[in-house]
Each structure stands twice: as structure tokens, then as C-alpha cells.
Design a protein around this ligand. Structure first.
Ligand SMILES: Cc1ncc(COP(=O)(O)O)c(C=O)c1O
Length: 339
């Protein structure tokens, strides 16, 4: 590993780090590879950790350093990012507001999963129609709050700006340290990619550490042809923010795969359903139908089909999101319906 060290940046302690890294013995036995899992579903602080907590430690550190007292963000009605941003705001004493796009219509009389948690946390929640521009709803509210003298931090979808992404540059370095301490070399790293911030941070961390693992992000919704360029741009914005502008990420530095999306975002796939059951039944670990289950279905397919060189050491980054198992049936799908 290179001698570079992660810079001092404003950061607030929200989660529990390092997260566990452990071997998947039975999946390793089934597939013939050395398979590990990095448990970012255990980032804390509530029961439902996930990848956003890494980003939020930096986002909230920045917000506090800048003197913001409100935080606004965006997502789907069952957004993990929105729920975790609310959690982080509560920890830091900031007021949370979220604008949630209704892809699967929630029942107002029966709030489920993250939407239920959002209301327990007492956040200001606005549900907006699918296809609308969330900023057209938040802009007047921000103007109103600013006129009252408040300072509002407007956090993009997924917390994927140059500040938040630093959380995954650091996360990659943490993972490398853990592998090194076990005398292991990570050949492949698989994870989920949505807004692209996690993948961007991992790709930036890999370059920052001069590492050579092959990183693949499995998409959970269909994206346009410029997705990889955008992710590389996000990675470079984080490296700039870290004062490491000499390190550059290009779209060739990581892989994406849209072959396991199924019919679309928040629509369960048959392969995802099978992957969730397999990890639960052979390893006791839960994944969700929207994000980690779909990525897992991609990784297991690669391993079952022997797509990787024999003897490879493989890590699955579990990004959390298991609250979705308690969401509306349209999101959960048939995963629990078979003996
Ligand atoms: C559980 C889970 N995994 C993965 C992702 C994707 O992360 P990113 O938006 O950084 O690409 C998300 C994003 O919301 C998520 O909630």
C-alpha cells in the first residue's frame, strides 16, 4: 500500500467503525472461491446501518463546521439515505427535512419500514409525485427558512457530493487495512451502485492507495450511457476535496454491470429473491430486495459461473438497506412466501 494517509477533514462520529469483515464459509465452499463480506449494514447508530452513515459522518461534520442548522435531502419514499440523514441530523442537533418521491405509493394510514422510522424521528416529510423535480418543491422551503435566518444544507440524493464520497475513500482504506491484517489480498470487490457515490469513493480509495482490486458496482436501476463518466467525475471531486488532485479516477478504473436490475428500481427480481434466501439460509445474513439483494445476485452468478480466475479472493460490500424487508409488498416481493 502507498504511504498516503487520509487527510484531516471535518467529521462527526455517527457510526461504529471499523465495521466487521468476515468470511462466508458456506458460500466459499459452494462456489470454490475465498468469499468475504464487509458488513457496512452494521455502521449503526440505529439498528439499521448502511453505506450512508460513512458519507454522513463527513456531511454532518461539514454542516456543523459551516454553521448549518437545517438539513434537506431527497430520495424515494423508502429511501435508506433519507432515513439515515434524518438519524444523523438528530444526533447532531440539526432539523431534518426530506422530499420523498412516491414510486411505490405508501399507505398514509400504515407507514412501513423507513417511512415509519422517518416519522418516529419526527422529521418534516414531504411526499412528492414520481417524475417531479424535487428541487422545485424544496427551493421555496429553503428560501422561507433562510428568510427566517436559518442556514440550510441541501444534500443531494444519496449524499453523493464531494464531501460525502470521502466517507467511502476512507471506507476503502479501512477495508484494505483489514485485509492486510489478515494477510489477504483482495482480488475482487463487489457492491451495489445507485447514485454512484459509494462506487466513486471506493474507486477513489483504490487509486489513492495504489491498490489493484477489481471493483464492480451492480446497478439497481437503469442508467444512461454516461453513468461511468459521472461516477469517475464524482470520484475526482472527492479527491480534489481531499487535496489529492494528483490522483485521478477514469471510467476504466472500475466496472459496472446492469444485468441484474430486473424490471427496474424497487421492483423485486427473481434472481434477487433467490440470492436473499441463499445468503439467509446458508450464512444467516439478511439483504434487501432493492439494493444489496440484487448486487448479491450478480456476484453469486459470477461465482457460480466461474467467471473469475480460480483461487480469487472476493469481497462483497454489504451496504445495508434491510429495512426494505418490512416495506410495502410491491417492494418486498415473494421472498417470504416459500417454505
Ligand atoms: C442499501 C443501499 N445500498 C446501496 C446504495 C447505493 O449507494 P450509492 O447511492 O452511493 O450508489 C443505496 C443508496 O441509496 C442504499 O440505500
Amino acid at each position: 500500500m502507498s504511504k498516503r494517509t487520509f487527510p484531516e477533514l471535518p467529521r462527526t462520529s455517527i457510526g461504529f467503525f471499523p465495521t466487521p469483515l468476515h468470511r462466508l464459509d458456506r458460500i466459499s465452499e459452494q462456489t470454490g472461491y475465498d468469499v468475504w463480506i464487509k458488513r457496512d449494514d452494521f455502521t449503526g447508530r440505529n439498528l439499521y446501518g448502511g453505506n450512508k452513515i460513512r458519507k454522513l459522518e463527513f456531511l454532518m461534520g461539514y454542516a456543523l463546521a459551516q454553521g448549518y442548522d437545517y438539513v434537506i435531502t431527497y430520495g424515494a419514499t423508502q429511501s435508506n439515505h433519507a432515513m439515515q440523514t434524518i438519524t444523523a441530523a438528530r444526533i447532531c442537533g440539526l432539523e431534518p427535512i426530506v422530499y420523498l418521491t412516491s414510486i411505490v405509493e405508501p399507505d398514509p394510514a400504515d407507514a412501513r419500514a423507513n417511512l415509519l422510522l422517518d416519522s418516529i424521528y419526527g422529521a418534516e416529510v414531504h411526499i412528492i409525485p414520481e417524475g417531479s423535480d424535487p428541487h422545485s418543491f424544496s427551493a421555496p422551503r429553503i428560501a422561507e427558512l433562510e428568510a427566517q435566518g436559518h442556514r440550510v444544507y441541501d444534500v443531494p440524493v444519496g449524499g453523493s457530493n464531494e464531501v460525502g464520497i470521502c466517507g467511502y475513500v476512507n471506507g476503502y482504506l479501512e477495508l484494505l487495512e483489514q485485509m492486510k491484517a489478515m494477510g489477504k489480498h483482495m482480488d475482487y470487490l463487489f457492491t451495489t451502485t445507485g447514485s454512484g457515490g459509494t462506487l466513486a469513493g471506493l474507486a477513489a480509495g483504490r487509486k489513492f492507495a495504489d491498490d489493484d482490486a477489481v471493483i464492480t458496482g451492480f446497478l439497481v436501476g437503469l442508467k444512461d450511457d454516461h453513468y461511468k463518466e459521472r461516477v469517475a467525475g464524482l470520484a475526482n471531486s472527492a479527491l480534489d476535496h481531499m487535496g489529492a488532485s494528483d490522483v485521478r479516477v477514469s471510467p476504466d478504473d472500475f466496472e459496472t454491470d446492469d444485468g441484474y436490475v430486473g424490471e427496474g428500481y424497487e421492483i423485486p427480481s427473481a434472481a434477487g429473491t433467490a440470492a436473499i434466501r441463499r445468503l439467509a439460509r446458508y450464512e444467516g445474513i439478511l439483504t434487501d430486495p432493492v439494493y444489496s439483494g440484487k448486487a448479491l445476485s450478480g456476484m453469486l452468478d459470477y461465482l457460480d459461473r466461474k467467471k473469475l480466475p480460480e483461487g480469487s479472493t472476493v469481497v462483497f460490500l454489504h451496504t445495508g438497506g434491510t429495512t426494505a424487508l418490512f416495506a410495502e409488498h410491491a417492494i418486498v416481493g415473494p421472498v417470504g412466501e416459500e417454505a
